[in-house]
Design a protein around this ligand. Sequence first.
Ligand SMILES: [Zn+2]
Length: 282
Amino acid sequence: MRIHHLNCGSMREIAPATDPDGALRPLPAVCHCLLIETASDGLVLVETGFGTSDIRDPEARLGQDFLGWAQPVLDPEETAVRQIERLGHSPTDVRHIVVTHLHRDHTGGLADFPHARVHLHETEHRAATVTRGDRYPQAHWAHDPHWVTYSGTDGERWFGFDKVQQLTNLPPEILLVPLAGHTEGHLAVAVRRSAGPGPAWLVHAGDAYYYRGEVAPGLPPTPPMFDALQASVETDRPLRLDNLARLRALLAEHPDQVEVVSAHDPWEFRRMSVVDSVGSAA
Ligand SMILES: [Zn+2]
């Protein structure tokens, strides 16, 4: 399946803690989304970043606190719906959305695709819509999305991860991988690439990590705000660190078969955009 990498929301500029060789120049953090072209089920969007309603009314939709520390740029041209139109598609071609979790920088675009089915873990759905923790933006689902939830009890083993599930009525090339810790029902999304130079599987790990140096060796230290931010957000630190170690092992043990990306690392976003644009041209 053809995969496009979309940045659906630039935020404040970040830089590694130290970078003596100048390997990673400062860049705005991103909202890394995937647009997947399937043969039989239209477009599948993984994550949504910020949406057009966030740009019209940022204080009500995102909150003053978030606007202060994340400093989102809120450029309408970065919304998923505008980028999908520029690629020549209609918003109604997006029949399915998969979200790793329901924090506001992942769900702003849901309302731009009100007809789409929104796939997620049932624990995340419950935490956001029933328990309603204060990090969950209720306005982002005021349009009453068609939720499709997945239990934590079903599924198969996949590269050492448990309870991995296919999406209902979608091709087996898209998998949900439970990866809790950042939130209670956080998921990763594994997508099987069609062809090209990269490994066969691309895993979107959401906010399981913020910076690639947390899972891959040889990079400058983590940007300072990321550790503090992760610690202030995570719902289960031991579980998050355990899942982080599993991602590290996945990359180390299966580099020819699996690649991993996260939601906000701008350097990883740039690198992966190039890999998959080469792949789709091949
Ligand atoms: Zn998050």
